[in-house]
Design a binder for this molecule. Structure first.
Ligand code: GZL
Length: 319
């Protein structure tokens, strides 16, 4: 009799332990590992703020790693998240290629991966669950369409281009979209094109070189982001020309600095690329943890802001 009582007590204890564990599991905070590219631009800072604020509001434990724009640091961060057994990994890939190995490691560890902001170029797209971010090709198209509508000319238009980070999805795709729209109009010519790595400092430096080589031959600057455009504006002024008048400038992001430059008459148009992905990401993480299926591609909706609307729109801008 005594023996069977002991067995019964043991079984009860075991059931309690298992059910407690299950309860704890169900109330366990979701842990998200996020590898951010860096802090290279106003856009990136706003994107980081959006992710951190949304994680806190969603009650999700965020492990955040800043890669200082280096792919090897992002790969290290993802490996660290795998070792820590986080529930979900999300990251904004600094460049499109070189991710297969680490994404296969995450897959083997059964940790789902969500891409935000930028895409990866992999053969096996089961290596990530979903990609949420802008359509960069469309952003390039919108920049070109605005420019041709603004200039409305069949005379020669010499364009210099400040490209984003070499090998990054936004740099590749914005260039592609811009050139696609210009193709039927050969009077629009890109005479110089070089990376400014999405930063103000590099944008200024490369624009100085463009001005030294081409001077007043430059009619238009197309910058892949506002930060490089703002750096280039300084270079144009130091060269003795008027940005926004002697050289028409169109860029992408629609950050606060771009609205300030447009209101000052130094920038002519910015194409929106929203960094406010935090809430969308946390909702996707929660859906994933609840067993729901995510769409493979979630596109953010955006607009185009010509200078004449800047003062009116600026007060309502969120980044
Ligand atoms: C675009 C984003 C780009 C921004 C830049 O989604 O990846 O990186 O256009 C940022 O400002 O540095």
């Amino acid at each position: 009799m005594k023996k069977s009582l002991q067995v019964f007590a043991g079984v009860c204890a075991l059931i309690t332990l298992v059910s407690l564990n299950a309860f704890a599991q169900s109330n366990k905070k979701i842990v998200l590992g996020f590898s951010q590219i860096g802090a290279e631009s106003e856009w990136r800072t706003a994107n980081t703020e959006s992710i951190k604020a949304a994680a806190a509001a969603a009650g999700i434990e965020l492990k955040f790693a800043d890669a200082q724009q280096k792919q090897e640091n992002q790969i290290k961060a993802i490996r660290s998240f795998i070792a820590q057994k986080v529930d979900v990994i999300a990251f904004s890939p600094v460049v499109e290629t070189g991710w297969e190995t680490v994404l296969q490691e995450a897959k083997r560890a059964k940790i789902p991966v969500i891409l935000t902001d930028r895409a990866v170029n992999v053969k096996d797209d089961s290596l990530y669950v979903s990609f949420m971010g802008s359509d960069f090709v469309e952003e390039g198209r919108r920049a070109a369409v605005w420019l041709m509508g603004y200039l409305h000319t069949d005379k020669p238009v010499n364009i210099v281009e400040l490209q984003g980070t070499v090998g990054s999805a936004p740099a590749i795709d914005r260039k592609r979209g811009f050139e696609e729209m210009l193709k039927p109009f050969p009077n629009y010519k890109i005479i110089r094109s070089q990376t400014g790595d999405f930063t103000r400092a590099k944008g200024k430096e490369v624009m100085e070189a463009f001005l030294k080589a081409e001077g007043k031959n430059i009619n238009v600057l197309f910058a892949h982001n506002d930060d490089m455009a703002i750096g280039a504006i300084q270079a144009i002024e130091e060269f003795g020309l008027k940005p926004g008048k002697d050289i028409i400038i169109v860029s992408i992001d629609a950050v606060k600095g771009a609205f300030e430059a447009m209101i000052a008459g130094k920038l002519n148009c910015t194409v929106e690329c929203s960094p406010l992905l935090g809430e969308q990401l946390m909702a996707a993480v929660k859906d994933l943890m609840a067993g729901k299926t995510l769409p493979k591609r979630i596109v953010t909706n955006e607009g185009v802001y010509p200078a004449e609307f800047a003062a009116q729109v600026f007060p309502s801008r969120k980044y």
